[in-house]
Design a protein around this ligand. Structure first.
Ligand SMILES: Nc1ncnc2c1ncn2[C@@H]1O[C@H](COP(=O)(O)OP(=O)(O)OP(=O)(O)O)[C@@H](O)[C@H]1O
Ligand SMILES: [Mg+2]
Length: 244
């Protein structure tokens, strides 16, 4: 049984049809990369998976929650799906620990003792337990991004979505964020990553999906897909400097 399934998903913004029948399925524990040109709808697809966008047609099932064009009550789904963006969006006036504790307290309404245990656990997972009482401005960009990942993990999601999480970071900071993501993948988390980093996709993702003109144009095991792209569009995308 797939944990994520998109079936013939359509999404337009006014006259701009962005997703024109996107379908794919992801098994539990799989890591999937979504690649494609700027504007091909990668971020839109992630936002649909997280219920941040209402789709026009088709349906999406994530961790047993089904969304379609009529379904606007998305809170159940959002609780099971964590999302991390390029900009970390931590609250500057709250410590690292307080940033992480916020959603477990307000959304999950957990008791203080349980929250404290979760905060420690997720900070340990991203290797930043000693920064619990620091403020975001006292951390590097890579550390802030790891806190953002920890903050998502504190909701104990079943699926994690990552949208260009390393594109604002220099190579060294990127490496420490990637290590955290690799550990998360090794722990069995189902992950969907949108990335412009082809090496990142090849290394991290079991499966890669190439989006082109609003559809899944080509998809398959990452190693084979990068080594032997089947369509001219993917060949051109890979040779047009996307390999960086
Ligand atoms: N909230 C919105 N309102 C209107 N149009 C939007 C909105 N979000 C995205 N779009 C449009 O949808 C298309 C796809 O955008 P999207 O952000 O999904 O692309 P992307 O593949 O993530 O690109 P990039 O690689 O540059 O991040 C673009 O034409 C964009 O202008
Ligand atoms: Mg994007």
């Amino acid at each position: 049984m797939p944990i994520v399934e998109a079936r013939d998903v359509h999404k337009s913004y006014g006259p701009n049809a962005v997703l024109k029948g996107v379908s794919f399925a992801i098994e539990p524990g799989q890591v999937v990369a979504i690649i494609g040109r700027s504007g091909s709808g990668k971020s839109t697809m992630l936002r649909c998976l997280n219920g941040l966008e209402v789709i026009n047609a088709g349906d999406i099932t994530v961790a047993g929650h089904k969304l379609d064009h009529e379904r606007k009550q998305l809170l159940d789904l959002r609780r099971d799906v964590g999302m991390v963006f390029q900009s970390y969006n931590l609250f500057p006036h709250l410590t690292v620990g307080e940033n992480i504790a916020l959603a477990p307290r307000i959304v999950r309404k957990l008791a203080a003792g349980r929250i404290a245990a979760i905060v420690d656990q997720v900070l340990e997972q991203v290797g930043l337990l000693e920064k619990k009482d620091c403020y975001p401005e006292q951390l590097s960009g890579g550390q802030q991004q790891r806190v953002a990942i920890a903050r998502s993990l504190a909701m104990e999601p079943k699926v994690m979505l990552f949208d260009e999480v390393t594109s604002a970071l220099d190579p060294e900071l990127t490496a420490e964020v990637l290590r955290v993501m690799e550990n998360l993948a090794a722990s069995g988390m189902t992950m969907v990553l949108v990335t412009h980093g082809m090496e990142f996709a090849r290394r991290m993702a079991h499966t890669t999906i190439f989006m082109h003109q609003g559809k899944v144009h080509e998809a398959g095991p990452s190693k084979a897909l990068f080594a032997q792209p089947q369509t001219p569009e993917l060949r051109q995308f890979l040779s047009a400097g996307a390999l960086k």
